[in-house]
Design a protein. Structure first.
Length: 225
């Protein structure tokens, strides 16, 4: 998993990042809320951890801006002991979970493992993007007409849609779509090519941008009035 940690206490940020990297997670660290917003717009994350009290923008302000952009990444808030209003406001603003300081690293890592297991299930069954409707239950893709997808094509397209507007490397796509299975950039390219053909066959205006080797992104065609 790729994780963004937004925490202005440098020592705590270092401890968190070290513990998560030891478990094999890829971790980016920023020290203020605006930097968290900027990174979230640039990169695909599986989890974003936001401290409430940060300079430039608070964690709550950053969260609201991230959600307003359409980003549905799992967000965990870090709150001070006894700040019940912060927890309530965070959940109301779109946070998925929170931890109260001081917290146990074991608990944080356990929550990340739980999140990792759930994210592997791709639990968003039906998603829409542009003129597309992707149903992961029956692996069907619909626009002007419909077509069936393979399981890998469905997972790949879903990940691209959930990270629309971001450039995704072949490595990131392998890690999230193929998980523990053996795959490489060639497998990504083959499935991207098949998806492009299927998008054309259903006459969708949505396109997958990128050359062999990546990075790749998904885009909606801009229609002129």
């Amino acid at each position: 998993m790729r994780i963004l940690v937004a925490e202005d206490e440098q020592q705590l940020a270092h401890v968190l990042a070290t513990a998560m990297r030891t478990k094999g997670y890829q971790v980016d660290v920023v020290g203020d809320g605006q930097a968290a917003v900027d990174r979230a717009q640039e990169n695909p994350y599986d989890v974003i951890i936001l401290d409430i009290m940060m300079p430039v923008k608070t964690g709550l302000e950053a969260l609201k801006e991230i959600r307003a952009s359409g980003d549905s990444t799992y967000v965990m808030m870090l709150t001070a002991m006894g700040e019940e209003d912060d927890r309530v406001n965070g959940l109301d603003a779109g946070a998925d979970d929170y931890l109260t300081k001081p917290f146990s690293l074991k608990e944080l890592l356990a929550r990340l493992r739980s999140r990792e297991r759930r994210s592997e299930e791709f639990n968003r069954d039906v998603i829409q993007f542009g003129d597309l409707t992707l149903n992961s239950n029956d692996q069907s893709l619909e626009s002007h007409n419909s077509i069936s997808l393979t399981r890998k094509e469905s997972r790949l397209l879903q990940y691209l849609i959930l990270n629309a507007g971001k450039s995704l490397t072949a490595e990131e796509l392998v890690n999230h779509v193929w998980s523990d299975e053996e795959a490489d950039a060639e497998d990504v390219w083959i499935n991207i090519s098949y998806l492009r053909q299927k998008l054309q066959s259903i006459r969708s205006a949505v396109t997958i941008v990128g050359e062999k080797g990546g990075p790749f992104s998904i885009e909606q065609a801009v229609t002129s009035k």
